[in-house]
Structure formats: C-alpha cells, structure tokens
Design a protein around this ligand. Structure first.
Ligand code: RB5
Length: 148
C-alpha cells in the first residue's frame, strides 16, 4: 500500500503520481491535500507518516516544494525512514541501504516525469538483506527507542 500526500506546492505532482499509481495498478490512498490552497506541510507529513508507521510494509510518498520539510516532519514518527530524493541513485539507494519507507520529493526541483521514474525505482527496489545494512538500520531504531 502507498500513502500519498502533498502540500499546495506539491499538489499537481501528487495528483499526477496518484494517476500513475493507477496506471501501475498499485494500491494507493491519497491523503490530500485536495485543493491548491496554501497548506502546512507538517500536517500532511504527519498523516502519511502515521499510516506508514501503523502499517509495516507500506510506503509513503510526500511532495512539497523541496521535499525537505516533508522529510524532516515524517522522520519524527516511529518506524519511519523518510528519504529526500532528487535523483535515481538516491531513489535506489534509499531502499537498498536504508530501507527507506517514505520518499519525499520536491516539486520545485524535478519535473513530473522524473518524479514518476523515481517513484517506480523506489517501490520496485528491495532492501539489500546484507547483515551490515540491517545492523545500521537497527541502530537507527535504537536511536528512536532512546530518543530524548
Ligand atoms: C512552501 O512554500 C514550501 O516551503 C514547502 O512546500 C516545502 O518546500 C517545505 O519544505
């Protein structure tokens, strides 16, 4: 399952990615925003990240102007590993090495075709099951558990 969300800056790209998910026959829930009116990115990042946190194995895709605010906010939730992605290597490696479950995109940095390409890479790339990657991701979880 993919949970999709954006603020006003990512609204058009979010809608285009929703259509693309349908084309790919990928189950997807659009959590908004549903108009182009000004919206605060932490609100939607929270909604999407809560769903990802509650549903292991699901992914989130968040779009704002740069992807930065969305990734910062989403990473505050337990079990969420949000990666800001601006090229295909980042899309692939966020999955392979970091087991990222949320991808944050910047609508002011990339066009819709690139966004689709990065989304496809992200959802199709597995986490490398190599022990060293798992150990490092486990250490991220330890930081989360001992959060001050
Ligand atoms: C909105 O103008 C912009 O600040 C927001 O979309 C995002 O880029 C924040 O990180």
């Amino acid at each position: 399952m993919i949970y999709l969300g954006s603020d006003h800056a990512g609204y058009e790209m979010k809608n285009a990615l929703g259509d693309y998910m349908q084309e790919l026959k990928q189950e997807c829930v659009d959590l908004g925003v549903f108009t182009g009116d000004s919206a605060d990115y932490p609100d939607i990042a929270r909604e999407v990240a809560e769903k990802v946190s509650e549903n292991p194995g699901s992914f989130g895709i968040l779009i704002c102007g740069t992807g930065t605010g969305m990734s910062i906010a989403a990473n505050k939730l337990n079990g969420v590993r949000a990666a800001s992605v601006t090229n295909e290597t980042m899309a692939e490696m966020a999955r392979r090495h970091n087991n990222a479950n949320v991808m944050a995109l910047g609508s002011r940095l990339i066009d819709i075709e690139k966004a689709k390409h990065f989304v496809k890479i992200f959802i199709e790339t597995p986490f490398d099951t190599d022990e060293r990657h798992q150990r490092r991701v486990d250490k991220i979880s330890d930081i989360e558990k001992n959060r001050k």
